[in-house]
Design a protein around this ligand. Structure first.
Ligand code: OSB
Ligand code: MG
Length: 341
């Protein structure tokens, strides 16, 4: 197994209630299986996964024989699991999505991701996204006051009209009182939010169930890492689970979790942690194979100022087409397979 570090900058930093994301550092993982080279990516993000050093140490400890991947570090585990799955799908002559699930979709609807910003910045980002064809917008909230966030969302709703799905992601910023004042103000303003992601702190799973969310669905994201993904399903408080393959330990694990969620009537949204092209494309395959009804959070390639390789699945009209060549993307990553990052 080969492990090579890479670092990528964001075009402009993504501002969230949990801080700014301006750079992503990770590892390209390569495994050889017969004639095939499988590609994986481990791009850790504390809050969702282990940190960089722990990820590196975990990857160094891997004994690359088939069998269980005995790693607690989810991003490292993702890198290894993906590389093996890519090699196996290529050997089978199937796309990763088909290898993961027989009736995978050919394309996946995606939301635009809008960071924290002023009313003017938020409105113009929303207008641009709708002009580009997105039918769903996810807006970061919780970095400023509830009234300021409601003003931002009102400006978006007024600018884009009723036909666009709006979601908000508080990244765990609120206490119960602030969350309820947000839900009340959102109802008064008729914002028609599809869901609010992680309103309360990640360990406060049960408290989400006690919120008066006025009919707006609750999605949990950071709570999956904080208390464990199955504990979130068992809590019964999530209408939607945000499934990040990088945080859940790999594409195969993520698909299995998504199926357990769907079996309980919980909606699944697959997203990236703003990964490089290898893990982003893998997340697209997972989303295509998973029981997803809602737009996914995979449109994060345009947030990067450079990438490891050309994007084999650029967003077009709010959708990403799933590459149908063997593995991740047929021959699209040939230079990465041969030469690394
Ligand atoms: O879901 C999306 O639109 C993109 C992914 C995203 O928002 C995100 C990206 C990196 C880290 C955390 C998050 C998040 O969902 O909170
Ligand atoms: Mg989130």
């Amino acid at each position: 197994m080969r492990v090579d570090p890479f670092a990528l900058c964001l075009r402009s930093s993504l501002s969230t209630a949990a801080g700014e994301i301006d750079r992503r550092e990770g590892f390209l993982v390569r495994v050889e299986r017969g004639d095939e080279v499988g590609l994986g990516e481990a791009t850790p993000l504390p809050g969702w996964t282990e940190g960089y050093e722990e990820c590196e140490g975990a990857l160094e400890s891997v004994d690359d024989r088939d069998g269980d991947i005995d790693l607690d570090a989810p991003a490292a585990r993702h890198g290894v699991e993906l590389a093996r799955a890519d090699a196996a799908a290529r050997a089978a002559g199937e796309s990763l999505a088909r290898y993961l699930g027989d009736d995978a979709a050919q394309a996946v609807a995606v939301n635009a991701t809008i960071g924290d910003g002023s009313v003017e910045e938020t409105r113009s980002a929303a207008r641009e996204a709708v002009r580009d064809g997105y039918a769903a917008l996810k807006v970061k909230v919780g970095a400023r006051s509830v009234s300021a966030d409601v003003a931002r969302l009102r400006a978006i709703r007024a600018a884009v009209g009723d036909g666009v799905e709006l979601r908000a992601d508080a990244n765990g910023a609120w206490g119960p009182a602030e969350a309820e004042s947000f839900f009340a103000a959102a109802a008064d303003a008729a914002l028609d939010l599809a869901y609010v992601e992680q309103p309360l702190s990640p360990p406060s799973v049960a408290e989400h169930g006690a919120l008066d969310s006025r009919g707006v669905d609750i999605a949990l994201d950071e709570s999956l890492a904080a208390v464990g993904p199955d504990a979130v399903l068992d809590s019964g408080v999530a209408d939607v689970v945000v499934c990040k393959p990088m945080a859940l330990g790999g594409p195969v694990r993520t698909l299995a979790f998504a199926e357990r969620a769907a079996a309980r009537g919980i909606d699944v949204v697959v997203t990236t942690t703003i990964d490089a092209v290898v893990a982003r494309t893998a997340a697209l395959h997972v989303a295509a194979a998973a029981p997803t009804q809602r737009a996914c959070g995979l449109a994060t390639g345009s947030l990067l100022s450079a990438d490891l390789a050309a994007d084999p699945a650029p967003v077009e009209d709010g959708e990403m087409r799933v590459p149908d060549g063997p593995g991740l993307a047929g021959d699209a990553f040939e230079s990465l397979r041969r030469n690394g990052p």
